[in-house]
Design a protein around this ligand. Structure first.
Ligand code: SF4
Length: 142
C-alpha cells in the first residue's frame, strides 16, 4: 500500500498548539487506500503541546509573545521530510492555514486571524522536494 504523510492533528492526535486535535473523517477514511503516516512538524521540532501560537512573519516564525521559533519550525519540517523520504512518500495531506502545514493561505503574522497567500514552513519544504501537498479540503483531488 502506498504510504502518505498526514498532519497528525487531522487523524485525531491532540498535538495542536491549544492541546486539541482536528479530526477529519474524509482524511481518516484514506486509511482504506493508503498507509497513513501521522506527523506533527511542530512536535518533531521539539515544541511542547500545548504551546504558544505562532505565525509566519517575513522569513521568520514568531510566537504571539514575540519569541522567535524559526529554528524549531525548520527543524521539525526537516524531520518530516526525512520521514517522507525514508518511506517513499510522494503525497502529503496537511492541515490548512497552519504556519507549518498550511498551503495557499496562512495567517499574516499580525495575530488578527487575517489570511494572506502563502505556505507553511513544512509545506514549502515538501513542495520543493517534489512531494505533492493537499489540504484536508482537497481530498477529492488526490
Ligand atoms: S504542525 Fe501540522 S500536524 Fe502539528 S498541530 Fe500544527 S497543523 Fe497539526
Amino acid at each position: 500500500m502506498e504510504k502518505i504523510i498526514v498532519s497528525a492533528c487531522l487523524l485525531g492526535v491532540p498535538c495542536r498548539y491549544d492541546g486539541k486535535s482536528k479530526p477529519e473523517n474524509e482524511v481518516i477514511a484514506l486509511k482504506d487506500r493508503y498507509e497513513l503516516i501521522p506527523v506533527c512538524a511542530e512536535v518533531l521540532g521539539g515544541l511542547p503541546t500545548p504551546r504558544v501560537g505562532a505565525e509566519i512573519v517575513g522569513d521568520k516564525v514568531v510566537r504571539s509573545d514575540g519569541v522567535d521559533v524559526t529554528y524549531e519550525y525548520h527543524k521539525g519540517a526537516n524531520e518530516v521530510l526525512k520521514i517522507a523520504k525514508e518511506n517513499g512518500c510522494k503525497i502529503a495531506i496537511l492541515k490548512s492555514k497552519s504556519p507549518s502545514c498550511g498551503k495557499g493561505k496562512i495567517y499574516d503574522g499580525t495575530y488578527t486571524r487575517t489570511l494572506i497567500d502563502g505556505n507553511g514552513v513544512l509545506t514549502d519544504l515538501l513542495i520543493k522536494n517534489n512531494i505533492k501537498v493537499y489540504t484536508e479540503t482537497e481530498i477529492d483531488k488526490i
